[in-house]
Design a protein around this ligand. Structure first.
Ligand code: ZN
Length: 117
């Protein structure tokens, strides 16, 4: 009988709740600022805010689920439907197809009730 390999449980230090709260708040603020700057014709600033928000999300292990439709995963640009993003509905697959007009990346989101956030 082969010896069973023992794995030590890797300790994943979770950040304290209050820190996560602050991180989420900062992400919210950054995305709303990104929108403001985009409307001010400063997309470069919006992109910078998105970059910072993503970094915070990574650092605190908080996925940007709430904001995942607001930026391009490939080039990291802030996306505004009608301005630099094209949105198409695929009723057959029940998905939203969002194309980033800056780099041409296509992202799909499910919109069935189960997937709604
Ligand atoms: Zn893009």
């Amino acid at each position: 009988m082969p010896e069973k390999k023992r794995f030590h449980k890797r300790q994943t230090r979770k950040k304290p709740a209050w820190q996560l709260e602050i991180a989420n708040e900062r992400i919210d603020i950054l995305f709303s600022q990104a929108d403001v700057e985009f409307n001010n014709n400063r997309p470069d600033l919006s992109n910078r805010y998105v970059e910072i928000a993503r970094k915070i999300g990574m650092k605190y292990n908080t996925p940007l689920t709430k904001h995942k439709r607001l930026f391009c995963k490939k080039c990291g640009h802030y996306l505004k439907p009608g301005a630099n993003a094209r949105i198409r509905l695929d009723s057959e697959k029940k998905t939203i197809r969002m194309t980033c007009l800056d780099c041409g990346n296509l992202t799909r989101f499910g919109y069935s009730k189960r997937n709604q956030t």
